[in-house]
Each structure stands twice: as structure tokens, then as C-alpha cells.
Design a protein around this ligand. Structure first.
Ligand SMILES: [Zn+2]
Length: 203
């Protein structure tokens, strides 16, 4: 599903300077890693981590493979009003289309500090076999309904850190970026039927 097919929220730029945070480099490295492993292709996927003021997320329409410090955005707040939700940001780009989903998970689950989203085809094909929870309904990437589905699947399956957005992709959560990244990688290996278990083999 393309992540740039219309926007269901308004973006309010508080500040057009890119955010600065020591964890941005780490997030960039995971984006490249997922690309190398074939977990993401092209403009698929988006990554985020919690900050003191909100969360930093990859920008809309960027490829994770070539993400830079200027292609991430800090979301400082999401306000639901009479019309479309307003997303308040710091950064040069529009935030990822999945911003409402990331926001809803951070707001509901204080222990989650990183959210990684890919369209890992190996996992999507093997999700039933692996017993991975799946959201019940399919909604557009930028909708608040999809955000609600994600929260619901997490509330129904206490303690899970990995689930499928129906007919769309994967969400991996962690208390930090590395934890979520390693989980994404581990599930990819498992779904692809790989037998490697430890580091040392790069591919
Ligand atoms: Zn997606």
C-alpha cells in the first residue's frame, strides 16, 4: 500500500529545522540494514523513537535505504479537533503517513520507545503459520482508524511486540530502537525459513 496516497491529517510546522538527537544515527543505520536484508524496498516502511517532547519519525516519501538526518521529523503533538487531526512538527519534511499510528501507540503504551514498520513480504506470507497477531480490519495508512486497530490488537494480545497490519505490513516495538530492530530481523529470518541464529553471518 503506498504511504503517500492522500493525507488525513493537517501538518503544522512549528520549526523547519531538522531535529537533533543522538539516536537519529542509530535509526538511520537500522533503515539501511532493513534495506540490505530485503525487509524494505523503495519508499516502504517508516521508523520512529520516543523523545522528551514527542517522537522522531522518518519523513514521508523517503527511502529508508537513503535516510539522512534531514529526512527525519520530530512530532511534538497530535491534536484531534472538529476536523482533521493536526500534527505539530519540527523538521523539513512531512512526517510519515503512519504518524497517527505511531502517536497512538506511544500515547497508550508508555513502555514502548521505538516503533518500526516494514512490509516484510516473507513475514506477511508466513504470518498465519507463525501465529502472528493481525489487525482485524484494513484501513488507509494515514487514518485514525488504522491507529485504533493497532492499539486494539496490542490490548487484545498483552505483551506482544510484533504484529501484522492486515494486507499491509508489520509493526515491531521495543523499549529501544535496537530491541525493535533485532526483533524485526529475527522474525524476517524465521519467516524466510533461515536457520542462522547468531551474528557473524552478515547475509
Ligand atoms: Zn506501510
Amino acid at each position: 500500500m503506498p504511504e503517500n496516497a492522500g493525507v488525513s491529517f493537517s501538518i503544522v510546522f512549528l520549526d523547519k529545522n531538522s531535529p537533533v538527537d543522538p539516536h537519529i544515527d542509530e535509526m538511520i543505520r537500522w533503515g539501511k540494514r532493513f534495506s540490505e536484508l530485503g525487509i524494505v524496498h523503495g519508499e516502504e516502511g517508516n521508523l520512529s523513537f520516543r523523545t522528551k517532547l514527542g517522537f522522531i519519525i522518518s519523513g514521508d516519501g523517503i527511502t529508508l535505504e537513503s535516510m539522512t538526518k534531514d529526512s527525519v521529523v520530530e512530532v511534538r503533538g497530535v491534536v484531534f479537533g472538529l476536523n482533521r487531526p493536526s500534527v505539530y512538527t519540527k523538521g523539513q519534511l512531512n512526517p510519515s503517513m503512519l504518524t497517527l499510528l505511531h502517536s497512538a501507540i506511544y500515547e497508550t503504551f508508555p513502555e514502548v520507545n521505538a516503533i518500526l514498520h516494514t512490509h516484510d513480504n516473507s513475514v506477511l506470507a508466513a504470518a498465519d503459520k507463525l501465529g502472528i497477531p493481525v489487525t482485524s480490519e484494513e484501513y488507509p495508512a494515514d487514518s485514525k482508524e488504522l491507529a485504533q486497530e493497532a492499539v486494539q490488537v496490542l490490548e487484545l494480545n498483552k505483551g506482544i511486540r510484533y504484529f501484522v497490519l492486515r494486507n499491509h505490513g508489520i509493526i515491531a516495538l521495543g523499549t529501544n530502537i535496537a530491541e525493535a530492530g533485532l526483533l524485526m530481523e529475527e522474525m524476517h529470518t524465521k519467516a524466510a525459513g533461515g536457520t542462522k541464529t547468531k551474528s557473524g553471518k552478515k547475509k
